[in-house]
Design a protein around this ligand. Structure first.
Ligand code: PMP
Length: 318
């Protein structure tokens, strides 16, 4: 009999869909991977599963341990879901300002313990909108303290755990290469931890060094661009993925939140893709990429999460 499958087997392997309803008159083909169909509603299911499996392989954790992470949304929900299914306790430190809504209830329902952290004094990042990580700096410090002060606790460290981008190198990128039969000219992804951009970008560049890897940043908080100038805009985070992103990215497109929302609405209404705000940003940046480089034939991006994540919260964070 075939091995028994469970919900974790439904993570990843998303289809490659084409956008064809009059988005542009260019000859370029725009493809999207609807990551919002992952079981807990976002692309972060991929990294939660992969990072936990790797931590098990590396004998860092065993079922029964507590996994801790700082996040306001998708990563926290994904760890709550995957962690519990794999037999772990899950504890989330969440910035209070953005933690009032259904997301918190979702984590609780999956069985995670959620601790809200008052980040009021911390002015950075709150308008970064499309996504972003700086609002979680204080919650990340809590994760570190909690890990240091307790036995059998593992902080997953989404911002500098190499298995974050590893998940995308091994799954998202492999799928894209198969689904496009390698015929891809550009990959576009908005940047939170940069795991998607770095993991997919590295794998695609290995196959085709000429491919363009395009990062997308919210206008309010363009850290890759500032980082290039040597300014360390994200306090308290080790280089890791952020520096890798600067290496791999060919170009960064900076978008305003309103533009991203407008495109996300278009995708819902015209294409029936019930996706979140960074998905709008990714598609808009794909269009801008094709305008700038008219020779490109196939551009691929991801639709990271579901639109209902944003019904009550107007700030869009990681
Ligand atoms: N969009 C959304 C909605 C996200 O939650 C995230 C992750 N924080 C991203 C985009 C960016 O993904 P990554 O962390 O892989 O850069």
């Amino acid at each position: 009999m075939e091995r028994r499958r469970n919900i974790l087997d439904m993570i990843g392997n998303t289809p490659l869909l084409s956008l064809d309803q009059g988005l542009t008159d260019s000859n370029c083909n725009f493809f999207v991977k609807p990551e919002f169909i992952n079981p807990s509603g976002s692309i972060k299911d991929r990294i939660a599963k992969y990072m936990i499996e790797k931590a098990e392989e590396e004998k860092i954790i065993n079922p029964g341990y507590t996994i801790v992470e700082a996040s306001t949304g998708n990563t926290a929900i994904a760890f709550s879901f995957v962690g519990k299914v794999m037999g772990y306790n899950v504890k989330i430190f969440m910035p209070a300002e953005v933690g009032e809504d259904e997301k918190l209830q979702t984590m609780n329902l999956y069985g995670a313990e959620v601790v809200t952290v008052d980040t009021e004094q911390q002015a950075v990042g709150q308008d970064s909108s499309v996504h972003g990580g700086s609002i979680e700096v204080l919650p990340r410090k809590k994760c570190l303290e909690f890990e240091e002060e307790n036995e059998q606790v593992w902080w997953a460290r989404q911002f500098n755990n190499p298995h974050n981008s590893g998940a995308h190198r091994e799954t998202t990128a492999r799928e894209i290469l198969e689904q496009t039969e390698g015929k891809i000219d550009a990959f576009v992804a908005s940047v939170g931890t940069a795991g998607t951009l770095v993991g997919v970008g590295e794998a695609l560049k290995k196959e085709n060094p000429d491919i363009k890897i395009i990062g997308v940043e919210p206008a309010g908080f363009p850290w890759i661009q500032k980082g290039r100038g040597g300014i360390n805009v994200i306090e308290g985070i080790a280089g890791g993925l952020l520096l890798d992103a600067i290496e791999i990215v060919d170009e960064v497109i900076v978008l305003k939140n309103e533009e991203a929302v407008e495109m996300a609405n278009y995708l819902v209404q015209k294409e029936g893709l019930f996706c979140g705000i960074s998905s709008g940003a990714n598609v808009l940046a794909s269009l801008k990429t094709s305008q700038k480089y008219p020779g490109l034939k196939n551009i691929v991006t991801v639709l990271p999460d579901r639109r209902d994540r944003y019904f009550t919260v107007k700030r869009y964070t990681t």
